[in-house]
Design a protein around this ligand. Structure first.
Ligand code: GLA
Length: 377
C-alpha cells in the first residue's frame, strides 16, 4: 500500500518548467543521492508538464516523449532513476490538454496508464486543465484511479485539481494518495502564507494513504526558476518547511538540487521536522491560540504517535512579536497537574513548562517548533 506517510521527492515544475531533459533528470537523480536527500526520505523524482510531443502518435494514439528533450524515450530515464534507488514520477491531465497545452489523458485513461506502467512509472501527478464542461470532475479522477489500479503496477496517484469541486469531500474515494488543495505556489512569502492559512481548517480529511498537498516547496529557489516571483530568504523557507511538516503535507522539493545551497539542504534534511511530517498517525495540525490583535501570530499543535505533541509558534506578520500560548487552549491548564517537556527542535534546548501561559519571542516571518512530552509534577 502506498503513502502510509506523506510522499517525499522532487518535482521539475517550480524551477524548470518546460526546460526539462534527459540529462537534467539524470543529473538530478545523481544529486538526490549525493546530497543525502534520498537518504533523508526523498524518493520520488517527478517530471511535471512539457515532457511530450505536441500531439499523440496518430497511428498508436499513444503519448510520445518529446524527441529533443528525451531522445532515448522514457523507459531509459526510468531505468536510470531506479538504478539510483529512487522512484520515477510523471505527469498527465484529466482534460483534453495539459495546462501547458500538451496531450491530456481525457478519454485515453486506460491506454495512458498502461503506457506509464510499461515505462516503469511509480507516481502520476494528474492535473485538471482543459476539462470539457460536460464532464464530472470526481468521475474523471475516479476513472484514472481505476486505470492506475488496473494497469498492474503500483503507481502513486497525485491528484491536482487545486481544491476545486469541494475536493475534500470525495478525493479519498478516487484512490488518490495525495490531492492538491490550492492554486499554484510561487516563490514568495505571501504565496505560501496564503496557501497555509487557507488549509489549516481543512486538514481533517488529510490522513494516511491520502494527504492534503499544499504544493511543491519553494525552499532553496531564492527567486530563480519557473515560479520564481520575489524569492524568499532562509527564515521564510524555515517557516514554509515547518508549516508543511506540521500539516503532514507531501514534501516535494522544487529547487535545483544540483546546486542547492547548504542552508536549504540542511533545512530539507532536518530530521526532527521530517519526523513530524512523517509521523505515523498523520494527524492534522490545528490552531491552539492566536494573538488577540495580531492574528498572523499563531500557535499550532499536532498530536504525534507515542503520546508526543508538536507545537509551532509562528509569526506570519510583518513585525517581531511575542506569540502567546494558553495551555488551557490545549485542554491542559496548570491546575490539571500536568505540564510539557518542550524541546526546541532548532536549538535542541529543553525546558519543563507547567504553567497556564507562555509567550516566546518570535521574529517576523520566523517560527519556533517544539517537540513535547507530558510530565506530571
Ligand atoms: C498546473 C499545476 C502546476 C503545474 C502546471 C504545469 O498549473 O497546478 O503544479 O503542474 O499545471 O503546467
Amino acid at each position: 500500500m502506498l503513502a502510509k506517510t506523506p510522499p517525499m521527492g522532487f518535482n521539475t515544475w517550480n524551477t524548470f518548467g518546460t526546460n526539462i531533459s534527459d540529462a537534467m533528470i539524470r543529473e538530478t537523480a545523481d544529486a538526490m543521492v549525493s546530497t543525502g536527500l534520498s537518504a533523508a526520505g526523498y524518493e520520488y523524482l517527478v517530471i511535471d508538464d512539457c515532457w511530450s510531443e505536441y500531439d499523440r502518435d496518430p497511428k498508436t494514439d499513444r503519448i510520445v516523449p518529446h524527441k529533443e528533450k528525451f531522445p532515448n524515450g522514457m523507459k531509459t530515464v526510468a531505468d536510470y532513476v531506479h538504478s539510483k534507488g529512487l522512484k520515477f514520477g510523471m505527469y498527465s491531465c484529466a482534460g483534453v490538454r495539459t495546462c501547458a497545452d500538451y496531450p491530456g489523458s481525457f478519454d485515453h485513461e486506460y491506454t495512458d496508464a498502461e503506457t506509464f506502467a510499461d515505462w516503469g512509472v511509480d507516481f502520476l501527478k494528474y492535473d485538471y486543465c482543459f476539462r470539457p464542461d460536460t464532464e464530472n470532475g470526481p468521475m474523471l479522477y475516479r476513472k484514472m484511479g481505476m486505470a492506475l489500479r488496473a494497469c498492474g503496477r503500483d503507481i502513486l496517484y497525485s491528484a491536482c485539481n487545486w481544491g476545486s469541486d469541494d475536493v475534500w469531500s470525495w478525493i479519498r474515494s478516487t484512490g488518490a494518495q495525495m490531492y492538491r488543495s490550492t492554486g499554484d505556489i510561487n516563490d514568495s512569502f505571501e504565496s505560501f502564507k496564503n496557501i497555509a492559512l487557507s488549509q489549516i481548517s481543512k486538514l481533517g480529511t488529510s490522513a494516511p494513504y491520502c494527504f492534503n498537498d499544499v504544493d511543491m516547496l519553494t525552499v532553496g529557489m531564492y527567486g530563480k526558476g519557473n515560479v520564481g516571483a520575489k524569492g524568499c530568504d532562509d527564515t521564510d523557507y524555515k517557516t514554509q518547511f515547518a508549516l508543511w511538516c506540521m500539516f503532514s503535507a507531501p514534501l516535494m522539493v522544487g529547487c535545483d538540487i544540483r546546486s542547492i545551497s547548504p542552508a536549504a539542504l540542511a533545512l530539507l534534511t532536518n530530521k526532527e521536522l521530517i519526523a513530524i511530517d512523517q509521523d505515523i498517525e498523520g494527524r492534522p495540525a490545528f490552531i491552539v491560540t492566536e494573538h488577540p490583535w495580531n492574528r498572523d501570530c499563531k500557535v499550532l499543535a499536532k498530536h504525534l504517535g507515542g503520546n508526543e505533541l508538536a507545537l509551532m509558534f509562528v509569526n506570519l506578520s510583518e513585525g517581531d512579536a511575542k506569540v502567546p500560548f494558553y495551555f488551557s487552549d490545549l485542554g491542559m491548564p496548570a491546575s490539571a497537574g500536568y505540564g510539557l517537556t518542550m524541546k526546541n527542535i532548532f536549538t535542541g534546548e529543553v525546558t519543563d513548562e507547567k504553567r497556564d501561559y507562555i509567550a516566546p519571542a518570535v521574529k517576523k516571518h520566523d517560527c519556533v517548533v517544539y517537540r513535547c512530552k507530558f510530565i506530571k509534577k
